[in-house]
Design a protein around this ligand. Sequence first.
Ligand code: ZN
Length: 467
Amino acid sequence: MDVRIKFLGAVKSVTGSKYLLEIDDKRILVDCGLFQGPKELRLRNWSKLPIDPKQIDVIVVTHAHIDHTGYLPRLAKEGYGGKIICTEATKDLMGIMLPDAGKLQEEEAQFAFKHGYSKHSKPEPLFGVADAEMVLEMVEAHPMDKKIALTNNIEISFRNAGHILGAALVEFYLRGDSQNKKIVFSGDLGREEDPLMYPPAKVNQADILLIESTYGDRNNPMDRVEKELEEVTNFTVDNGGLLIVPSFAVGRTQNLIYYFHKLIAEKRIPAIPIYIDSPMAISVSSLYEKHGQINKLEVHKEGSKLISVFDAPNIRFCNTPESSRELNDLKNPAIIVSASGMCTGGRILHHLYHRLGNKKDTVLFVGYQAEGTRGRDILEGKESVRIFGIEVPIKCSIKKINGLSAHADQSELMNWISAFESSPKMTFITHGEEATARVLQDKIKTTKGWNCFVPDYLESFELFSSI
Ligand SMILES: [Zn+2]
């Protein structure tokens, strides 16, 4: 058996996760994410993959975030017709998120066309809703912790990664002629003490390890999260303003609902309305109730209905574009949680458009802001930012809370690898900006002595030959 890996994304950056495993004549793609952030990265979504999608045998997906799944519809559009294997909750989430991503792509192309700010005379979307629907037909879901045979000598198993609902790390078990080998893809690893997700499963051995490094260079302790949320909310209420929170609709938003609800119940913040302005938030939240065995949410039954903190009276879901637009007229203190988390698209844009210039309001960042995104520009103190083709001045307060991230920080990553009983032959540091990945590389090298690499985009490595 000969095994090679080619890095097609999420190297020296945090988006576009795509790893091509070539095992003899089989080609397996692990994750199939969209590039987001700086233009030179986004342009990669438009360049041809170095492999014909029809030649990929199977795709394995770690979790539903768009930077891990958002390229699947494009791949389907270009002829991929094989299986897409993931966990059950990931399948349900993809059913919500991919058509939404397709709609966003179509709307952006349409908007650019209408307002004439695209260089193209007729901008085409990267993919559309129909392509996303095509992907959903190919998805095959499996439970966690169960061996799944991909071929007669390759098996995989999903283990809880604790990052978002259904997120898994993937163990590949290879049976060669003379030796057995194990490759582990960490996927995105979650926190040890997330309020809703269980901590990542421990792995004690791998011959090859790919580990994410989003926060490989820093620690984001969670112990101050509640206090900081309390302070920012009360600061905004005292100013008579609104608190705008750009947030991933999946995971982060549910954690925010949990925290705000707790702070109100403990009378640490006033019982102001909390608007969840994300079309997918209700469905996603109900998936937390449906997949109760893989998260910590407390759910009880009232008749045939499942009830949780998501049903609390001051939590208001905005189902329609009209209910979303009505929020622009709000004058009294309230909290608006809306997507996308890095302000790259979605309803958060019109909230920012209306609120950034208002001194009384606060924009609170609760997640990673990748280079080149509007979120990063706002966070770094730019005086204005471009939204809908218009330069919008930034006069509101800008705040940030780190501990809410759904990614393991450096100490948690180091703690996770400390469960390994022996050194992998090769460890690849992925899913982190280069400087961050280098810090984690040094840390692992100096404390563990492991053989670590920070791969380049499109670089390939021979993992095993003639085993
Ligand atoms: Zn993720």
